[in-house]
Design a protein around this ligand. Structure first.
Ligand SMILES: Cc1cc2nc3c(=O)[nH]c(=O)nc-3n(C[C@H](O)[C@H](O)[C@H](O)COP(=O)(O)OP(=O)(O)OC[C@H]3O[C@@H](n4cnc5c(N)ncnc54)[C@H](O)[C@@H]3O)c2cc1C
Length: 520
């Protein structure tokens, strides 16, 4: 019996059910496939490959220690399985279910078909609280809770290898055509980094989590920063959640003055880890939301943005003329990370004030995120762009956000150095400086720093009008009910409410829900 444990974005040995099951049955080949077709996609990037490579190397060390070296192959998945089957008569492939982009969805179907044709048993196991073939969204919460409450699987004590299986080194990013992208030191995707982040978070780094998470500078230090190792699968959500529960229980046994972080910080982290699965479930249920607006009438109203659109290019490069937006984009380019609120702001700004199609801007963001996890950005990008029909559209005022989240302009000065000399009071609106003050600050608008691409107030009103035109159509509400039934969160359900009455709370009814700017 020859078993293959196929590692994808689950690069760990702890809480790994396919490995656990295979280890109990006999000899196995632990396999990782580098797929050049995947790394050629427009939503993938060198920074993501760097995070994945670090986790694959670490996994290789662990598997060596357990006795079954990792086999790395480069090519299309079906070709790799065909070759291994020809040489070793594979009887079983074990893997985690993956809720990825269209490429991995199609590839998994091909592997399933190949396995069926060859009489190989292909067994897939859930790895998040994401439920495949979910029949009703009403059942999701219970399924998720049950999964998260079940035991974290220990690392197998010993693995039985199949000898003499050829393996290759991980290809360099250059071989895969992944050009340098401005992020010199991407966050690693390893388990060791995950454990370090989690330990330091609970030991005190997360003390100011709830307040700092909204600010890009403080958030970088106080947020958990576990998104990268979660995206490589080096640590499981279940393990992380159970650690949160254990820390919470530990705190409640101690006097409050001894708490390294407040209980509310742990509760906030737990809530966010819940969102992680909630959003991925949307892509699992409806894989086409990677390309299509969730609400059918928003899909009809879409106007594509060309990849070489100068406004799109200026936004992506951090050259919109809005210092806070530009600082966020430049920081994301250089570090691969941005806090949640600022991700929401830059996406909303692109879709509303700059009137860019959400997919074009979403693609550019996706490849800038080292933690790219397709099931989170695509539903989120749509949500921040008013495409879902079941969420209140929220536009962000980049000036207000700047003064709220970066009052002294420290973040702007760091990432937009050409504005260093601008006084704090106008750091987020340099265009309001008079000629003498501009000269004193060394700023030439349209010279050293770009002029604003739009008047943000005028642009926001135009965006609101565009949204209103769609939302006033007769079929809007019934389409929104369909989206809610399939993908909407059930956490806000009124006790005893029927599904449609429940939805009445979330669905748009009147224009007052179209806030021009949100405080959030
Ligand atoms: C447009 C947009 C795109 C995003 N794309 C991604 C992505 O590709 N990968 C990704 O991991 N997160 C994404 N997020 C969610 C969120 O911004 C990041 O998870 C978070 O900033 C990562 O930093 P952290 O690990 O310190 O998070 P923390 O704030 O400490 O949160 C802990 C974990 O909870 C989960 N989480 C937090 N916020 C969210 C959220 N809003 N939705 C779903 N899960 C959440 C993540 O797993 C995160 O690592 C996106 C948000 C927006 C608005």
């Amino acid at each position: 019996m020859v078993q293959i444990v196929w590692f994808k974005r689950d690069l760990r040995t702890v809480d790994h059910r396919p490995l656990h099951e295979a280890a109990q049955r006999g000899p196995l080949i632990p396999l990782y496939i580098v797929e050049p077709g995947y790394w050629a996609l427009p939503d993938t990037s060198r920074r993501q490959y760097s995070a994945i490579s670090s986790a694959v190397e670490e996994l290789g060390d662990r598997l060596n220690a357990l006795g079954a070296p990792l086999v790395v192959r480069v090519g299309e998945a079906v070709d790799v399985f065909r070759d291994l089957h020809r040489r070793h008569s594979v009887t079983r492939i074990l893997a985690h279910e993956e809720t990825g982009n269209g490429f991995t969805y199609a590839r998994d179907r091909l592997v399933r078909r190949f396995a069926r044709q060859e009489g190989i048993r292909f067994q897939e196991f859930p790895q998040f609280g994401v439920i495949r073939r979910l029949t009703s969204r009403d059942d999701w919460g219970r399924g998720h809770a049950n999964f998260m409450a079940s035991s974290v699987l220990p690392e197998p004590k010993r693995l039985t290898p199949i000898p003499d299986i050829a393996s290759v080194d991980l290809p360099s990013p250059e071989v895969l055509g992944l050009a340098a992208d401005g992020c010199d030191r991407p966050q690693p995707g390893t388990r060791a980094s995950a454990i370090r982040l989690v330990d330091t978070f609970f030991a005190g780094r997360g003390r100011a989590y709830r307040t700092a998470m909204s600010r890009p500078l403080d958030g970088a230090k106080s947020c958990s920063r576990v998104s990268v190792p979660l995206s490589t699968g080096a640590i499981s959500i279940r393990e992380l959640l159970q650690r949160c529960y254990a820390e919470r229980a530990d705190l409640s046994r101690r006097a409050e003055c001894d708490w390294p972080i407040p209980l509310t910080a742990i509760d906030s982290l737990v809530a966010r880890l819940h969102w992680h699965c909630h959003f991925i479930q949307k892509l699992e249920t409806s894989p086409d939301i990677e390309w299509r607006a969730q609400h059918a009438l928003h899909e009809v109203a879409r106007r594509p943005t060309a990849p070489d659109d100068p406004v799109l290019i200026a936004w992506a490069a951090g050259r919109t003329g809005f210092p806070f937006v530009d600082a966020c984009m430049r920081s994301l380019i250089a570090t691969g990370w941005l806090n949640f609120r600022m991700r929401a702001m830059v996406q909303a700004f692109a879709s509303y004030q700059l009137a860019l199609d959400w997919h074009a801007s979403g693609l550019l963001l996706a490849r800038l995120f080292t933690d790219y996890e397709p099931g989170i950005p695509w539903p989120r990008v749509q949500m921040q762009s008013g495409q879902t029909g079941i969420n209140t559209p929220r536009m962000y005022n980049p000036i207000k956000q700047g003064y709220d989240q970066d009052p002294s302009g420290q973040f702007v000065r760091r990432w937009v150095p050409e504005l260093r000399g601008v006084p704090d009071a106008l750091i987020h609106e340099p265009w309001r400086l008079d000629a003498d003050a501009l000269k004193a600050a060394g700023v030439v608008i349209s010279g050293t720093y770009p002029a604003r691409l739009v008047d943000h107030m005028v642009a926001a009103r135009a965006a609101r009008d565009r949204l209103t035109a769609v939302r006033h159509q007769a079929a809007y509400r019934s389409e929104a009910v369909k989206v809610y039934d399939q993908l909407g969160s059930r956490t806000r359900r009124r006790p005893g409410a029927t599904k449609s009455r429940d939805h009445a709370k979330d669905a748009p009814q009147k224009d007052q829900q179209l806030q021009l700017f949100s405080d959030q």
